[in-house]
Design a protein around this ligand. Sequence first.
Ligand code: KG4
Ligand code: ZN
Length: 335
Amino acid sequence: MYVLGIETSCDETAAAVLRGRRVLSNVVYSQAKLHEKYGGVVPEVASRNHIKKMPYVLDEALEQAGVDLKEIELIGATRGPGLVGALLVGLSTAKGLAYGLDVPLLGINHLEGHLFAHYLERGEEAPPPFLALLVSGGHTLLVHVKAWGSYETLGTTRDDAAGEAFDKVGKLLGVGYPAGPQIDRLAREGDPRAVELPRPMLEEPGFDFSFAGLKTAVLYHLRQHPDAPVEDLAASFQEAVVDVLLQKTLKAARKIHTRRIVVVGGVAANSRLRARFREECQRHNYELHFPSLALCTDNAAMIAAAAYVRFTQGLEIPSPEESLRLSPQPGLTLG
Ligand code: KG4
Ligand code: ZN
């Protein structure tokens, strides 16, 4: 079965074609450069550029896959969470295609999509149940994935998401948007113990996170030590985030009695996070999985995968009318 995926929840215009579980193409056009001068994503600019780029991204995905549009049998498009205008572009495109091709269209939860990045690479050998840590620019979630389609959120962030904290601290340190990859690089040259920073919520019961205070602590440190080496501050900040994510994840794994941990989302691309999780999971005998880097950040292959499984497992078989009635859900949550 050929599946087309479309993703436009934030500032990536993305389309992908799968044959069953196999990724035939996964095209992502990142608008990051357009938003960089504003220090973050400008929703209106994002929507307009999705409209501009979508036809090219779609063509490219089909061409790379060697698949004709008429061969597509199922479409999955992100319906939320995300920016309403951005979501609307992807959903409207998908509705037009589904109507024209007379194929089903599933509106996919972007957060569930991130979980399916794991399915694409390790879905057979490491199926649910497992504990997932989903860390992205918009979300920080600990999710008990009981089965595909069955999720229980154990904890979430009370303020900034982990990726958002990276981006805001990046702004303070004077690095461009998105700052995650740049802090990752800077931190390699710094000492993670150079600056003492808090580990928010670590001692509190439950599995919620909070990263806004950490960002403020970095701000205060910079005010008091304007000449502090940015590498040290980047490394110390990153270490604090990773410490909290790691300890809470291990605690949640103990609570739900699972030995399998999956880390997904843009921040799962962080090299220090990957190294520390590998080390600790090996030490405590947990089986650990990360998607490859291209599947950690926003992409449409993960959206197509979610549609493929939901449809073929009978979790969701929408009528043509239901597909056409889909509308963006900017505040959608998971489980
Ligand atoms: O999953 P994603 O592409 O989009 C959302 O759904 O939000 O995640 C983007 C976030 C950004 O905040 C970006 O700074 C962060 O992921 N990120 C990283 C790294 N690569 C991307 N954060 C830390 N280290 C990285 N290597
Ligand atoms: Zn995402």
